[in-house]
Design a protein around this ligand. Structure first.
Ligand code: AMP
Ligand code: MG
Length: 331
């Protein structure tokens, strides 16, 4: 069998990503276009309209970058869930159309599995405990008995959503995470805010409500608010991650997702890893944020272990949980 080439389409939320991966582990293209809302948060139907509008040009750019034509593709992978219904449907429709036109198989990929698999490829981690923190997800996970088990997760909103919503309230530029990070560097007073860890799970909606209320009170500087929000939000992540690391005894700690770009969070993860004799692995930002390369690469390894998604089973699943996915390539 020669080297195979896979196109991956990512469209779970505000990013449309198209990536090209080869079965020898080469990533040939990773093109990302982001829908930036004119005001407010992501509107699922507007994001889907954006993706549909730029689908053709994003595909052309990915193929050009990879130096191939569509006819060189051996199969098409797409993110089948979890995510926003309208966005997912737009990507799935494009994937089906391409697969039928080219006469190649389709591979439905779980978005969260893809974040971990591209993280393993990009950092060389073999069997990490992973902290996946993004605009839509907050998950502590590791491979155990055939699946990625969830050791801890948010019970309500994702950490990135908390940062983005607060910064919008506070009139900061979009996206919120980097803006909060910049201001936090100038803050030093720790404002009392709710720290909510329940067992191994986290809750960020109470923290968001409280920090917004403190902002409106006018009692604190925005720098101190951002500093306190980061300290509390990331300490909660650190606590759950550390317990999962101690419990599983994994030797690698992988940080991925857009929020993983944060330097304060990276420092916390680094020291947790060090204390437990594990290696910290940071996924480079182009592969950490939602992207098509991760879908293409996961398509490659799933295809290699026999996974196919016939058109009649290619419907999207906005609530497809990570721990429901069989991971035969690691068993
Ligand atoms: P993703 O959902 O993986 O595409 O990542 C987007 C999320 O990452 C948004 O919620 C951003 O606010 C957040 N983000 C990006 N950069 C940073 C940063 N430096 N610190 C904290 N959050 C960030
Ligand atoms: Mg995103």
């Amino acid at each position: 069998m020669g080297v195979e080439t896979c196109l991956g389409i990512e469209s779970t939320a505000d990013n449309l990503g198209m990536g090209v991966a080869r079965s020898d582990g080469a990533i040939l293209a990773n093109v990302i276009t982001t829908h930036v809302p004119e005001e407010g948060g992501i509107h699922p139907r507007e994001a889907a309209r954006h993706h549909a509008r730029v689908m053709g040009e994003t595909l052309s750019e990915a193929l050009d970058t990879a130096g191939i034509t569509a006819w060189d593709l051996d199969y098409i992978a797409f993110s089948q869930g979890p995510g926003m219904g309208p966005s997912l449907r737009t990507g799935a429709t494009a994937a089906r159309a391409l697969a039928v036109r080219l006469g190649v198989p389709l591979v439905g990929v779980n978005h969260c599995v893809a974040h971990i698999e591209i993280g393993r490829l990009a950092t060389g981690a073999e069997d990490p405990l992973a902290l996946y923190v993004s605009g839509g997800n907050t998950i502590v996970t590791g491979f155990e008995a055939g699946r990625y088990r969830i050791f801890g997760e948010t019970l309500d909103i994702a950490i990135g959503n908390c940062l983005d919503t607060f910064s919008r309230e506070a009139g900061l530029p979009y996206p919120g995470g980097p803006a909060v990070e910049r201001l936090a560097l100038e803050g030093s007073t720790l404002i009392p805010l709710p720290y909510v860890v329940k067992g191994m799970d986290l809750s960020y909606s109470g923290l968001l409500t409280a920090v917004t209320k403190e902002f409106r009170s006018g009692k604190w500087s925005l720098e101190d608010l951002c500093f306190s929000l980061q300290e509390v939000a990331y300490s909660m992540l650190g606590e759950v991650t550390e317990r999962a690391l101690a419990h599983t005894g994994k030797r690698e700690l992988l940080l991925t997702g857009g929020v993983g770009a944060n330097k304060r969070l990276r420092a916390m993860i680094g020291s947790i890893a060090e204390e437990h004799g594990a290696t910290p692995c940071y996924v480079p930002i182009g592969y950490a944020t939602d992207n098509g390369a991760m879908i293409a690469w996961t398509g490659v390894i799933a295809y290699g272990s026999g996974i196919r998604t016939p058109i009649e089973r290619s419907h999207i699943d906005p609530r497809w949980r990570l721990d429901r996915v069989e991971v035969p390539w690691r068993s």
